[in-house]
Design a protein around this ligand. Structure first.
Ligand code: F3S
Ligand code: F3S
Length: 111
């Protein structure tokens, strides 16, 4: 289990959560941010700082947003559009910098 960023982040990308995560496992795409599910330690520090309440414990994601569990994982597990290799487990979002691209689902997502 892990924390997941859901639909409310899309086109907001406030980034408050990025600063709050003690292990730096929240990565910036283009329209939203993504939590590395294998690195997240489930501390919950990110959840209350998001101004649009986009972050949920995986089991608590609102109905209709289940796809975002898969998209948070896919962002790291599969090559993103325009990139040859998957991000995997980089260990630190700061060392990667802004990734600047989303999964195909998020690219096309209509709120
Ligand atoms: Fe990071 Fe803790 Fe959230 S590890 S992603 S701040 S639950
Ligand atoms: Fe997105 Fe909220 Fe973080 S809008 S970037 S989940 S603070």
């Amino acid at each position: 289990m892990t924390f997941v960023i859901g639909a409310a982040c899309v086109d907001v990308l406030d980034r408050a959560c990025v600063d709050e995560c003690p292990i730096d496992c929240i990565f910036e795409g283009n329209r939203m941010a993504y939590i590395q599910p294998d690195e997240c330690i489930d501390c919950g520090a990110c959840e209350p700082v998001c101004p649009v309440e986009a972050i949920y414990y995986e089991d608590d994601l609102p109905a209709g947003q289940e796809q975002f569990i898969a998209e948070n994982a896919r962002f790291f597990a599969e090559p993103l559009p325009g990139r040859a290799t998957a991000l995997g487990q980089p260990g630190s979002a700061a060392s990667v910098g802004v990734v600047g691209v989303d999964t195909e689902y998020v690219q096309r997502y209509q709120p």
